[in-house]
Design a protein around this ligand. Sequence first.
Ligand code: TEU
Length: 541
Amino acid sequence: MLDKTRRGWWKSAVFYQIYPKSFQDTTASGVGDLRGIISRLDYLAELGIDGIWLSPVFASPQADNGYDISDYRAIDPMFGSMDDMDELIREAKRRGISIIMDLVLNHSSDEHFWFKEALKSRDNPYHDWYVWRDGDGITPPNDMRATFGGSCWTYVPHLGQYYFHQFAVKQPDLNWENPDVRRALYDMIRFWVERGVEGFRLDVIDQIAKEPDNHITGNGPRLHEFLRELSREAFREEGLVTVGEAWGADVERARLYSAEDGSELSMVFQFQHMCLEDCGDKWHTRPLSLPELKRCFERWQHGLHNAGWNSLFMNNHDLPRIVSRWGDEGALRETSAKMLATMLHGMQGTPYIYQGEELGMTNMHMTVDQFADVETINHYHEAVARGENPGDVMAGIYRRGRDNARTPMQWDAGKNAGFTTGTPWLPVNENHTYINAAAQVGDPDSVFSYYKRLITLRKQYDVFRDGSFTLLCPEDENVFAYTRDTADAHMLVMCNFTGSEAAFDVPEDYQNAKTLIANYEDAAAGRLRPYEARIMYVGRG
Ligand code: TEU
C-alpha cells in the first residue's frame, strides 16, 4: 500500500477510471451503481491500483451522463444513496484505494436550483450565476459554436436574453466572474473532503475563465488566478490529489497547472498525444505518424521533468478504445494491448487505466438508433444535414465516437457479460465471450496480469517515477524506444508499433540487462516481433 501521508504520493500512484453507468449493475436496472463498484473493489485491489477516478455520480438528468449536475451534494438515485457513497469511500480506503470525485465546475445542469432561479428574472440573486447577453431571439450575440453542436447561445424569450453554454443546451455555463459562484463551489468541495474523498478530477477546468465577448473559451485571462484561488480555498488539505482536464494545455501552461509549489493542481490531464490524427476535427482523421507521436511524448517528458507533473493515459470515457485505435483488434489484440501499456507506463507521470483497458477491450460498431451519446447523436444529424455522406459519418463515429468506450464492462462470458441481469443501457460487446475479466484474472499471460505487473514495477523501481527521458531513433516509423535514467538506475523501453517484424538493435549498455517485463518470452537479436514490447533494466535491485 502506498504511504499517502507522503508529500506527492500520487507521483507513485496508478489510478483507475470508473464510468459508473457501465461498470456493474446490482439492481437489474441496466445501469451500473455504487453497490456494484463496492462489489468489485477486490478486483481493483487485485489489479493493484491506488485510487479510483469516479466519473460523476451526483444528481443529474443525465443529458450528458452525469456531466450535467443538478445537485452537487446529492447522489443520483440511479446510482444509489449517500450511505452507499460513504460505504464506497470507506471500503475503498480499507483496501488502500482513494476515491477521486469528478467535479464539473464549468457548467451545471439547466435543472439545477441555481439555474431555475436564474431563469425567473433578471434581478433574481442567482441570475448572474450564469452567463447572459441581451438579444432578440433571432441573431445570437455571436457565432460561437457549442462542442456538442449548434450555437453556444440559447434564447430565453421571457428574459429577452441568451444564456451561454460551451457544451449541450442543458449544460449552462457558470459565471466564474461572480465570487458567490466560486464560494458556493468551494463549500461544496469541502463537503466532499469531509466525507473522506481524497482527490478530485476537474472537468474542462481550462474553460472556466471564458470570455464570450472575446470569443474565448479555453485559457481565459483569469484562468490561473481562479485556479490559485480554488486551490487555496478548497484544496487546502495536505495530500489531496487534484487533476485538471485541460484539452487546451501546452507544456508552458501545464507547468503552471502542476507547479511544484502546489499553488494550482497536482497534475494536468492534457490531450496533445490523443489529437495527432485529427484533421480539422476528431471525426475526420489521418493515420497516426509514429515519429510525430514520439516527438509529442518527448516534448512533454522533457517539458515537465522537474517542472510539473503529467497524467499518462490513452483511454477515457471520451476516447475510443486504444487497441482498436493504435493496436490490433484481431489475432494480435493481446500482444498489442500489452505493447501499448508498456509504451505508456514506462514514462514519467501518473498512469490512468480506463475500465476495461486492462482487459484489452475494443471499440464496438453500433447502429444510429443504438447511440446514446449526445455528442455522437448531434454530430450525426448535423453532419448528414450538411450533406456529408452518411457512410463516411458512421465511419468517423466508429473510429472516434465516445460510446465506443462506454459499452458495459466485460466481467464474464455469460449473459450481458455479468454487467446486469436486466437490459443494459448500452449494448454489451459480443466479444465478451472471450474478452472478459473472469478469463483473465488468474491467467499469468493475460492483459490483466500484464497491467498488474506494470503497476507493481512502478512501485518497485524509482526510475519509473524519477528518471529523465531520452528518445531513441526518433525518425523510425515502426519502433518507439526510449531510455529513463537516474544516477544509479537505467531503463530501456522498446516497443514495436506494427504488426510486422521491425529491426532494432539493443544499445550496448543493455546487452546484459535484466528484463523487467516483456510480451514475448525470449528476446530476438536485432529485431522486434509484431507488437513486441520489452523493458530492460540496469542498476540496483
Ligand atoms: O470533456 C471535455 C470535452 O471537451 C469533451 O467533450 C471532448 O471535447 C469531446 O469528448 C471530444 O470530442 C469533459 C468530459 O470528460 C465529457 O465527458 C463531458 O461531456 C464534457 O466535459 C462536458 O462536461
